[in-house]
Write a protein that binds this ligand. Structure first.
Ligand code: PRT
Ligand code: ZN
Length: 297
């Protein structure tokens, strides 16, 4: 593939990661018009080009410097590069992105009496993640036969080709509907932004250095909410206790009531209905909770 002066970012062409990757870049002010079956797509307003590929290929493309940056599930990154190669080839995780969360878990037929990891001794385990599974079992001193399959892992016990499985789980519904019970988590996964270990040209380093603060601003904003309310001055301590982690709240006098103030603050995202109900209980009113688009420090 011809070398480009644009920073090349690999993302999944179509699948669970694609929409969120494009949404993240769009929130960073970078727009793409992607045609059908396009492998490379240049951004309309930024010196970046997307490489649209299968998620399985992203870790090795980043490792080999085919692209400078990639967005991929930690599960794929560990399977294809981090757990496979001795020195990681300099591939580094720049950010955990907080979407496409899932876990790589071990599951056994529901009817099996599970007695801890030793129950797996001598078992045939089907998985699409043989490298991660091998490492995990070796670390725990359990000998298993790993049977690699590329899809439909969950049906292998029912058709008699495996005794247990090691697969990605999100809600657990797939395992359950195949008569399997999740018993151990091997890895908690989410999408990550990764950078190659190969040297970047000064030009590409500069493009990346401009992009990273934008991504950080978006991630920080996604993890926060802007909260506004009116509250009696006498209960401010209680308000701050209900909303811990609130960064430097702004307190303003209310024109018509000297006993009450307006409180504005950036709070962690976990401002749920329960939190609002508690704020009401201590006397807060007119409570507004709003999303934030960007936080630039
Ligand atoms: O075509 P390509 O190779 O690019 O895509 P793919 O089919 O290999 O990947 P895709 O799009 O299915 O998943 C991409 C990434 O999304 C994965 O590598 C994970 O990082 C992440 N992810 C998050 C998941 C899930 N959640 C998930 N639930 N990937 C797969 N699953 C599957 C799982 O394999 C199982 O079949 O969903 C089923 C379980 O879901 P629950 O909700 O029933 O537990
Ligand atoms: Zn894949």
């Amino acid at each position: 593939m011809k070398k480009s002066r644009n920073l090349r970012i690999a993302i999944q062409k179509s699948g669970r990661l694609s929409k969120r990757c494009l949404a993240l870049l769009s929130k960073c002010g970078i727009e793409f018009e992607i045609g059908q079956n396009q492998l490379l797509c240049r951004a309309e307003n930024y010196p970046i080009e997307l490489m649209l590929v299968r998620d399985d290929d992203i870790p090795s493309y980043v490792r080999d410097g085919v692209c400078e940056v990639g967005i991929v599930g930690l599960n794929e990154l560990r399977e294809k590069v981090l757990d496979r190669d001795e020195d990681n080839n300099g591939v580094t995780i720049l950010h955990h992105l907080g979407f496409s969360r899932c876990r790589l878990a071990l599951a056994v037929p529901s009817k099996l009496t599970y007695q801890g990891l030793k129950s797996f001794e001598g078992m045939n385990i089907a998985t699409s993640y043989p490298v991660i599974l091998k490492r995990f079992m070796e670390k725990n001193g359990i000998k298993v036969n790993i049977f690699e399959v590329s899809g439909s892992v969950e049906v292998t016990p029912a058709i008699g080709v495996a005794d247990g499985v090691c697969d990605l789980v999100s809600t657990g519904a797939t395992l359950e509907s195949n008569g399997l019970r999740e018993v151990e988590t091997i890895l908690e996964s989410e999408a990550v932004l990764v950078k190659t270990g190969k040297e970047l040209s000064g030009e590409k380093e500069a493009i990346l250095a401009k992009l990273l603060p934008r991504i950080e601003a978006v991630l920080k904003a996604e993890g926060s909410r802007y909260v506004m309310m009116n509250a009696p001055k006498s209960v401010l301590d209680k308000v701050f206790a209900i909303l811990p982690g609130m960064e430097t709240p702004t307190i303003m006098e209310l024109g018509n009531d000297s006993s009450r103030v307006a409180v504005h603050a950036v709070a962690p995202r976990g401002v749920f209905w329960e939190t609002i109900e508690q704020l009401k209980e201590v006397g807060a009113s007119s409570i507004l909770v709003m999303p934030i688009e960007k936080i630039i420090e």
